[in-house]
Each structure stands twice: as structure tokens, then as C-alpha cells.
Design a protein around this ligand. Structure first.
Ligand code: GDP
Length: 301
């Protein structure tokens, strides 16, 4: 995770070592290197520009009266600005006052949505909840079967439901969702995780379906699952999705394979929604709430 970015930032900090004070000149060199490090790590251009401007302003303002060396000052400022960019605190996972709370999972095909639905259920179980899973992807029987396998592997409740011959797809989606919510309530499950149909891109029919699911289920969370390895593409789809449906958070998957970190550093500022969880592997327990400070420590090395 973040190896490339971390190496490049270290290099720019190193170049400041041995400098007696922060000057216009050495700060400009450092800012150029930091900006390049961010852009080469696929951080969004606006995000990188803003971040560097913040760092520059703080660095110039911190010239006087400090016991820290210039490189130490910059390291501290970069650290603090990255934490501010990612959100200082862990974003809260919301539940409804009246169970069952509904969590709508959205994302492009292959982003890790089904795997993440299972991981979230396993994490909730560990926290003392009784989650139930349902897949409303009536377009792909394999997707529903995959969720059933995931549910079995973590020993979580699943609402399977039945498809009815001749029923329109959207009607089936809404009916399954409604039945699952009722089933969750009947079985004392306090959280229903709804795995929705994956999309190849932002697709109007599926977005309409998502809007109807949102209206029907009144979800506590709408989580957009994005593959961190796809960098700015992940950010773009999260933004498009958020513009249409207002997500409550993002889950970044495949962080274990993401050496650059561009999506992780850009997604909150671009969409306005916090990263709530990260996926760090294929196994059900390779999943954790997103801790901005821990991630920044990783980046800073
Ligand atoms: P969906 O089409 O969005 O439902 O995606 P899937 O849940 O089927 O996941 C697609 C692939 O990504 C599968 O091979 C998963 O095992 C893999 N995957 C999901 N999350 C992670 C993760 O955090 N790390 C890694 N390395 N692989 C993941």
C-alpha cells in the first residue's frame, strides 16, 4: 500500500535535510517534488494542487521561532495536511433507530461489491450485530449464487427469495428487497446488507432502480464500493454515482495491491463522502474501518 508515494515523498524530504532554514527557494523545490510525487501517484490534479498550496502556505508561515529543522517542519505539515484531506476522524457507520438498518451496496462490476458485502457482514457479526444479506441482482444468477456462497462461508443469514416467471426485472428487485427487509425483522436481524446489480459504467436504468431502492428501503448507509487499483476511474465513478444518489461513504477495495494511492487520497475531496472502510485482501477478514491517521503514517513511512 502506498509504496510509490511514500518513496517519492521521502526523497523530497531528504533533499531538505541539512538546510538551515525554510527559504522561498528550497520550499519551491520541495513543493515541486511533492506535487510531482502526488501526480505520479495518480492523485487528482485539483486535489494535488490544493494540497501543495496548503502545505506551502503553512510552511512559509512556520518559518519563525521553531526548534524543528526545515525537513522536520515539512514532514509535520505534510502529515497534518494529509490527515485533514482524508478526514481527521474515523467516519461513523450509521444505523437506524428502528431495526433493521439497511445498507445499500453499490459499485461497478468487479469492484469487489459482493466480496465486500460479505466482509461487512463478518465485521458486523464480530461487533455483536446480526446481519442478513440479500442480493437483488436479478440480472445475473451467478451474482446471487456468489453471495449465497459468501454468506455460507461466514455463517451469516441470507435472504434467498425466488424469481417469478414473467415479472419485470425492476419489480423483482424491489419485491426481493422488501421481502428481505421483512424477513430480517422477523428473524431478529438488525442489519440488512443489500448487494445490488453491478454496472459496467453509470447506467441510467440501474441508477433509476437504485433510486427506487433508496426510496423503498430508506437506507442508513449507501456505500459505493470502488477498486483502489483503478485510481482516478474509481474516483470518477464515485463522483458520478454520488451526484445522482448521494452516497454516505465509499469502501476502497484492493488496497493491498495499490502502490500509488491516488484514489484513496482524492475520493473524499472530489465526492464529499468519506472513505468508511478499506478492503485489504480476498479473505473475509481482510477488511477494516478506514483510519485516516494510520493511512497517513503508512504514507509518511
Ligand atoms: P463485484 O463484481 O463488484 O461483486 O466483485 P467481486 O466481489 O466478485 O470481486 C471481484 C474480485 O476482486 C474477486 O476476485 C475478489 O476476490 C477480489 N477482491 C475483492 N476485494 C478485494 C480486496 O480487498 N483485495 C484483493 N486483493 N482482492 C479483492
Amino acid at each position: 500500500m502506498f509504496e510509490n508515494l511514500s518513496d517519492k515523498l521521502q526523497r523530497s524530504f531528504k533533499n531538505l535535510r541539512g538546510q538551515g532554514a525554510i527559504t522561498d527557494e528550497n520550499i519551491s523545490d520541495a513543493m515541486r517534488e511533492i506535487r510531482l510525487a502526488l501526480l505520479e501517484s495518480d492523485v487528482n490534479l485539483d486535489v494535488a494542487t490544493n494540497l501543495v498550496e496548503q502545505i506551502r502556505a503553512k510552511a512559509m508561515g512556520s518559518q519563525i521561532a521553531t526548534a524543528l529543522s526545515p525537513s522536520e517542519q515539512i514532514v509535520k505539515i505534510v502529515h497534518d495536511e494529509l490527515v485533514a484531506l482524508l478526514g481527521k476522524d474515523i467516519a461513523k457507520f450509521k444505523t437506524a433507530s428502528q431495526p433493521p438498518s439497511v445498507i445499500l451496496m453499490a459499485g461497478l462490476q468487479g469492484s469487489g461489491k459482493t466480496t465486500t458485502s460479505g466482509k461487512l457482514a463478518a465485521w458486523l457479526k464480530k461487533g455483536g450485530h446480526r446481519p442478513m444479506l440479500v442480493s437483488v441482482d436479478v440480472y445475473r444468477p451467478a451474482a446471487r449464487e456468489q453471495l449465497a456462497i459468501v454468506a455460507r462461508s461466514i455463517n451469516a443469514s441470507l435472504y434467498e427469495g425466488k424469481l417469478i416467471d414473467g415479472e419485470a426485472a425492476t419489480d423483482s428487485v424491489l419485491r426481493l428487497a422488501k421481502e428481505a427487509k421483512r424477513d430480517a425483522a422477523n428473524f431478529g436481524c438488525d442489519i440488512l446488507i443489500v448487494d445490488t446489480a453491478g454496472r459496467l459504467g453509470i447506467d441510467q436504468v440501474l441508477m433509476d432502480e437504485m433510486a427506487r431502492l433508496k426510496a423503498l428501503l430508506n437506507p442508513s448507509e449507501i456505500l459505493f464500493v470502488a477498486d483502489a487499483m483503478t485510481g482516478q476511474d474509481a474516483v470518477k465513478s464515485a463522483k458520478a454515482f454520488n451526484d445522482l444518489l448521494t452516497i454516505t461513504g465509499a469502501v476502497l477495495t484492493k488496497m493491498d495491491g495499490d502502490a500509488r494511492g491516488g484514489a484513496a487520497l482524492s475520493i473524499r475531496q472530489i465526492t464529499g463522502a468519506p472513505i468508511k472502510f478499506i478492503g485489504t485482501g480476498e479473505k473475509p477478514d481482510a477488511f477494516e474501518p478506514f483510519h485516516p491517521d494510520r493511512i497517513v503514517s503508512r504514507i509518511m513511512g
